[in-house]
Design a protein around this ligand. Sequence first.
Ligand SMILES: CC(C)(COP(=O)(O)OP(=O)(O)OC[C@H]1O[C@@H](n2cnc3c(N)ncnc32)[C@H](O)[C@@H]1OP(=O)(O)O)[C@@H](O)C(=O)NCCC(=O)NCCS
Length: 188
Amino acid sequence: MVEIRTGDLLLRPVDEADAARFAVLCNDIDVARNTSRIPHPYSRADADAFVAKRGAGMFGDDNEYVFAVCRDGEIIACAGAHRISPGVFEIGYWVGVDYRRRGVATRAARAVTQFAFEGLSADIATAGFFTDNPTSGRVLERVGFRRTGDIIVMHSAGRGEDVDTVRVALARKDFELSPEIVIKPAGA
Ligand SMILES: CC(C)(COP(=O)(O)OP(=O)(O)OC[C@H]1O[C@@H](n2cnc3c(N)ncnc32)[C@H](O)[C@@H]1OP(=O)(O)O)[C@@H](O)C(=O)NCCC(=O)NCCS
């Protein structure tokens, strides 16, 4: 289990005690509409099921690393990376409605991307954003991701429909490691 520090943000493993907070932050139509797996409305039972998936060093059974993004001890966002094929990690994130437009997503996305390269030995990081969510596209661009040219159809549980999704990618050689992002064993 690792944690990542970047400035005043701490990305730490998700804990079972986090369910109540996730139930509040995820019950947001913007989070549901712009991600693939978060339903709306989002219940406490949904949050309980989410936190219960976390395991020793990884989340779920698919090399999925999910971090609670905290500031001053409070969860304000979530970000993660999961392996979609050997050497390739997909990153994702959302930010609580009261904490947006302060650079949180950009810093959290950069942190999990660096974790994928530095901590998980990824060769390539990938991500996707729905065509009607250009804000997230700009977040990814600031981190260094570039469009692959592919637009695929992904299902959004929150919308209950398929959505055109812009695919982006970033090779390890094109990512500059930031000394401000510090990855270490959780709690050390
Ligand atoms: C998309 C999302 C993650 C962006 O999170 P965020 O923390 O607001 O992102 P950032 O603050 O890093 O960037 C957003 C904008 O705020 C601006 N910003 C950053 N710091 C700022 C500040 N201090 N003052 C004013 N604006 C600021 C950024 O420049 C950026 O502007 P742009 O849209 O013109 O590029 C967030 O809106 C969200 O969670 N949406 C729902 C879920 C989602 O879309 N997840 C991503 C799925 S791919």
